[in-house]
Design a protein around this ligand. Structure first.
Ligand code: AR6
Length: 300
C-alpha cells in the first residue's frame, strides 16, 4: 500500500521492479534510460530489441540483468508541449500501465523515476502531482509498495509559494501556530488501539478508508488496530492522526498513547502542524513537504 519519496539513483535500488522512462524505440537513450542500460549491461538492450518498441502511455517488461531489481518496466511518457496536447492523461497512463504490469508479474515493490520530467520537459511539480495521484489511486486497491525516486534537488518538486509559506512558518515564533488548548485526558485508560477504534467510528469512515488515507500497509494497519503492534512508529501514528483529520491537540493525545509527543522544537512536528493548522489533511502533500525538508514521511 504505501508510497514514499526517496532521493536516490534508481539503478541502485533493490526492489522487484524499477521503471525506465524510455522512448518509443526502447533502444536506449540519455537520462535515466541511459543510466539503467549502463548498469544493467548489454543483455538488456538485446532483450529490448525483441520488443518492437512501445507506444507513449504504454509499458513493456524485461529482466533486470545486472541491476539489483529483478525486472525493468519500460514505459514512455509524453513530450511536454505546453499541457494542452493530452500530456496529463498520457503521463497517468504511463504510470498506470507500468503498475498493472508490475502487478501482473507479482511485484510487491516498485520504484519509479519522475517520468517525462527530464529530457521530455514536463514541469517537475506537475509531473510529481500526476505521479502521486495515479499511484495513490492504484494503491487504494492493490497491495504493493511504491518508491518515487527523485534525482537531484528535492526542492524542485514543491510549489515555490508552499515552500516559502512553510519556511516562514518554521522560522516563526509560534504566533502563527495552532492554538494551545489544554489536553482533554478523560480516557487515560484507553489503549492506542481502543482510541483508534473509537476515532475511526467517530469519523464515520471505514477501516479501509482510514488505512488508505494514512498511507499504511494493510498488515501494519491490522496490527495497530488489533493491538498486536506494541509500539507503532511516530510517522505511522501521525499518519493515522492525519487520516482521521484530528486537531493538533487530538493528534497529540493519539501520539501520547504510543509514547510520543508533539513539540514545537521538532521540524517534523512543525511541518505536520503547518498542515493541520490549515486543515490540509492530504497525506501526500504533507509527505512532499517532509521529504523536501529531509524529514521522515508519514505512513508505514
Ligand atoms: N535515477 C533516478 N532518476 C533519474 C536518474 C537516475 N539515475 N537519472 C535521471 N533521472 P529523463 P524523460 C531523473 O530525461 O524526461 C531518454 O533519452 C531525471 O532527473 O531520464 O521521460 C529516453 O530515451 C528526471 O527527473 O526521462 C527518452 O528519449 C527523470 O529521471 C527521454 O530521455 C526523467 O528524466 C525520456 O525523457
Amino acid at each position: 500500500m504505501p508510497l514514499f519519496l526517496v532521493q536516490n539513483d534508481i539503478t541502485t535500488i533493490d526492489v522487484d521492479a524499477i521503471v525506465n522512462a524510455a522512448n518509443e524505440s526502447l533502444l536506449g537513450g540519455g537520462g535515466v534510460d541511459g543510466a539503467i542500460h549502463r548498469a544493467a549491461g548489454p543483455e538488456l538492450l538485446r532483450e529490448c530489441r525483441t520488443l518492437g518498441g512501445c507506444k507513449t502511455g504504454q509499458a513493456k517488461i524485461t529482466k533486470g540483468y545486472r541491476l539489483p531489481a529483478r525486472y525493468v518496466i519500460h514505459t514512455v511518457g509524453p513530450v511536454w508541449r505546453g499541457g494542452r496536447s493530452g500530456e496529463r492523461e498520457l503521463l497517468a497512463s504511463a504510470y498506470r500501465s507500468s503498475l498493472e504490469l508490475a502487478f501482473a508479474y507479482r511485484c510487491k515493490t516498485v520504484a519509479f523515476p519522475l517520468i517525462s520530467s527530464g529530457v521530455y520537459g514536463y514541469p517537475k511539480e506537475q509531473a510529481l502531482k500526476v505521479a502521486v495521484d495515479t499511484i495513490a489511486d492504484f494503491l487504494s486497491s492493490h497491495d504493493m509498495s511504491v518508491l518515487l525516486v527523485i534525482f537531484g534537488q528535492a526542492s524542485h518538486i514543491i510549489e515555490k509559494e508552499r515552500l516559502a509559506d512553510i519556511t516562514v512558518f518554521l522560522d516563526g515564533d509560534g504566533a502563527n501556530a495552532c492554538p494551545h488548548i489544554p489536553m482533554q485526558t478523560g480516557r487515560t485508560d484507553e489503549s492506542i488501539s481502543q482510541m483508534l477504534r473509537r476515532k475511526i467510528d467517530e469519523a464515520g469512515i471505514s477501516d479501509a478508508q482510514c488505512r488508505k488515507r494514512a498511507n499504511i500497509a494493510p498488515s501494519l494497519f491490522s496490527e495497530i488496530l488489533s493491538g498486536a503492534c506494541a509500539r507503532p512508529s511516530k510517522p505511522a501514528v501521525t499518519a493515522l492522526a492525519i487520516a482521521l483529520e484530528l486537531s493538533w491537540e487530538q493528534a497529540g493525545e493519539l501520539l501520547k498513547k504510543a509514547g510520543f509527543s508533539l513539540s514545537r522544537s521538532s521540524r517534523f512536528d512543525r511541518i505536520v502542524e503547518f498542515f493541520i493548522s490549515r486543515r490540509n489533511y492530504h497525506i501526500f502533500e504533507i509527505n512532499e513537504a517532509l521529504f523536501v525538508f529531509g524529514q521522515e514521511q508519514l505512513g508505514g
